[in-house]
Design a protein around this ligand. Structure first.
Ligand code: 9MR
Length: 360
């Protein structure tokens, strides 16, 4: 019988360029993941339209894409009476043309909302909420693999009871906005995987420690109420400068699986800021953290998707906040594979093979 490794080597031989230097390897991260029944992809934005080589990297490396900012409320709703779907539509077309699945990110988030929304009364905010969901979900129904229906419900630093993130949706409806969103989306889109997406849960800094139980409690309440939640999205912007216990995190993740939920790693990258300036040392340290995390979390069979937040260091969001050129992603500024990319391919290949999920 042909071993999986030999099979992967065959794939590598057939498709150039090779993912990993040296030994035979799968042709791409997407293929390495697929061989274990995993979906690998990345968030995508305007950069892929402006930079053809970057678009090509997405074509080769991914099987699923996430809209970076294009489906966020502030991008879709420049004014109360205007919807601008042009950017989101371009990404939907790119995904379809290139045979990629697509995650919609994100329908409802209390952060990054336009000023005009903040000025409305509570009943007006509720009307906007329902109408926004109806219009946007209807437009893309049947075309999305998944929706991040609600993003980052918790932010205890806002000082609200229950640790809820403050913002117009929460202020108008309280915690009920979450269930309302899920029910409303499911009434329109019967096929997308409906996900609750949260940040920080991977770390043992006070943010991770406080948000983990809040998210778990919310999920219990939603499921007990019969809300149509299919999956948990755990962003996983890893912060090696903070304490973390990835095997304990895998246990936390397995808890969602016990309730029948799928789990997606939705915004994977590794903050390289605590590591040395020396690029080889820095890349090695980033790869080691990424490998430890993925090996732990991919041991949980319910984790069936890994999405990186962009693919190349050239376009990472860390550019907005780093003091030096950041290196948190699997490909470098020249779109070449880095040790993190190689570590990801190895973790995907080593992951227990997933059985295909029947739906969603
Ligand atoms: O990468 C995104 C950045 O370009 C945007 O300016 C920002 C605000 O819309 O959002 C970033 O993406 C965030 C994601 O939506 C939610 N989790 C954290 C991501 C990185 O900040």
């Amino acid at each position: 019988m042909i071993s999986r490794r030999a099979l992967l080597a065959g794939v590598a031989a057939a498709a150039a360029p090779r993912l990993v230097r040296g030994a035979p390897a799968p042709a791409s991260l997407g293929e390495a993941a697929a061989a274990s029944g995993l979906l690998f992809g990345a968030s995508i934005g305007q950069e892929a339209f402006d930079d053809p080589a970057y678009a090509e990297l997405y074509r080769r490396q991914t099987r699923i894409l996430t809209t970076d900012v294009a489906l966020k409320f502030d991008w879709l709703r420049p004014a109360p009476d205007r919807f601008d779907f042009s950017y989101a539509d371009a990404i939907v077309r790119f995904a379809a043309d290139n045979d990629k699945l697509l995650r919609g990110h994100t329908l409802i988030w209390n952060d990054r909302v336009p000023d005009w929304l903040k000025r409305l009364s509570a009943p007006e905010v509720e009307r906007v909420f329902d109408a926004h969901i109806d219009r946007v979900v209807e437009r893309y129904a049947g075309r999305l693999h998944a929706w991040d229906v609600v993003n980052e419900p918790f932010w205890p630093m806002d000082g609200k009871p229950g640790g809820w993130r403050d913002g117009p949706w929460f202020a108008a409806m309280g915690p009920s906005y979450v269930e309302r969103a899920f029910r409303r989306v499911r009434a329109i889109d019967k096929t997308a995987r409906l996900a609750l997406n949260e940040a920080q849960c991977d770390n043992d800094y006070e943010w991770g420690r406080s948000i983990r139980p809040l998210l778990r409690g919310l999920v219990e309440r939603l499921l007990d109420a019969g809300a149509p939640v299919d999956a948990i999205g755990l962003q996983s912007h890893l912060k090696p400068q903070w304490p973390a216990d990835y095997s304990a995190f895998a246990g936390y993740v397995a808890g969602f699986a016990e309730r029948g939920l799928a789990v997606s790693i939705t915004e994977f990258d590794v903050d390289d800021s605590p590591f040395p300036n020396d690029v080889a040392a820095r890349d090695g340290a980033v790869a080691a953290v990424g490998a430890r995390f993925l090996n732990a979390v991919l041991a949980v069979p319910a984790v069936d998707t890994v999405v990186a937040w962009q693919l190349s260091d050239r376009y990472t969001w860390y550019r907005e906040i780093s003091r030096r050129a950041p290196r948190p992603l699997p490909f470098d500024r020249d779109l070449q594979i880095k040790p993190l990319g190689e570590a990801m391919a190895a973790a995907f290949a080593a992951a227990p093979r997933r059985a295909p999920r029947p739906s969603r």
